[in-house]
Design a protein around this ligand. Structure first.
Ligand SMILES: [Fe+2]
Ligand SMILES: [Fe+2]
Length: 299
């Protein structure tokens, strides 16, 4: 499925044929189904009224997510390309179908996040250099120079991090005070990250049994996540003119060590990946994603 086909046009309202209305929720409320991965249809749009600091009025909290938004567009496209290239090597039709479902979900994430980039540009943020650099790093450094095996290992490590971030975001309800469309977008993405958390790990196992390669992928995945979030946050906070303000550093301390205990939980869950018998399904997190899809079904 292509990314563009994942977007759903609004339907005509009965009785008012010339008026378009948002006739479906922002994402299809299909229940969690890790055994049969498929992208959900989406109908996200991001009005210009979304504020720059859309999460709790905090530049730090908002730019934490905005920084992820900046690089995941090219990273998720990179994942889809790497996995598509591995498809001919997969002998089990069920596994190949699951990989295609994973690719469809990631392509849809990339499509929706690319839409939101237009808001950041319209708000005056200078992000072209960052976007070009991230595209170059994933397509040239990883895909061309490091090759398929290291790329698959990096993707598996990265997916462990997105699943753990999804778990922290949903379990701590850290998006409760976000503007509604942003809350729905990030909760939908977090829930699908949890739904497909095992797929890249399974692909790595099918590609290579090397424990060392798995560890290298974990470190590269962590470097990608920490590096791109860090650089993106610094860039956006600097452009806001608040990089060195006291509030910024206070908010950063709260984000990492406050009620969500993000830093401590992230490091502790990340280290589970280094256990020889580790598998992503050993963490019981599906209920968090189920709740997101259930809530959407009642809207
Ligand atoms: Fe994703
Ligand atoms: Fe993912």
């Amino acid at each position: 499925m292509t990314a563009s086909s994942a977007a759903v046009a609004p339907r005509l309202s009965p009785g008012s044929p010339s008026t378009f209305v948002q006739a479906m929720p922002r994402f299809e409320p299909r229940p969690l189904d890790p055994a049969r991965l498929r992208p959900r249809r989406t109908a996200f749009s991001f009005p210009s009224s979304i504020s720059k600091h859309w999460l709790a009025g905090s530049p730090v909290q908002s730019h934490f997510f905005n920084a992820i938004n900046l690089f995941v567009v090219s990273f998720e496209d990179f994942m889809a390309r790497v996995m598509r290239a591995r498809l001919p090597n997969l002998e089990e039709p069920d596994f190949a179908r699951q990989i295609r479902g994973f690719m469809g979900q990631e392509s849809t994430h990339s499509f929706v996040h690319a839409k939101y980039l237009q808001n950041l540009k319209a708000q005056g943020y200078q992000i072209e250099g960052y976007l070009n650099a991230s595209e170059h790093i994933f397509s040239q450094w990883f895909e061309r120079r490091l090759g398929s095996r290291i790329s698959v290992a990096t993707i598996a490590g990265f997916e462990h991090l997105t699943a753990l971030l999804g778990e922290i975001i949903l379990s701590s309800r850290m998006l409760e005070s976000a503007e509604p469309v942003m809350k729905e977008m990030w909760e939908w993405h977090a829930a699908e990250e949890i739904e497909h958390k095992a797929l890249a790990f399974e692909l790595l196992k099918a590609t290579s049994g090397s424990f060392l390669l798995r560890m290298l992928g974990a470190l590269l995945g962590a470097l990608v996540v920490a590096g791109f979030i860090g650089v993106g946050m610094v860039m956006l906070l600097r452009q806001d003119g608040v990089l060195w303000s006291k509030r910024t550093w206070r908010d950063l301390k709260t984000l990492l060590f406050g009620p969500t205990r993000m830093a401590v939980r992230a490091v502790s869950i990340f280290l589970e990946y280094f256990r020889p018998g580790f598998h992503p399904n050993q963490r019981d997190t599906y209920a968090l994603a189920e709740e997101v899809f259930r809530q959407q079904a009642t809207k």
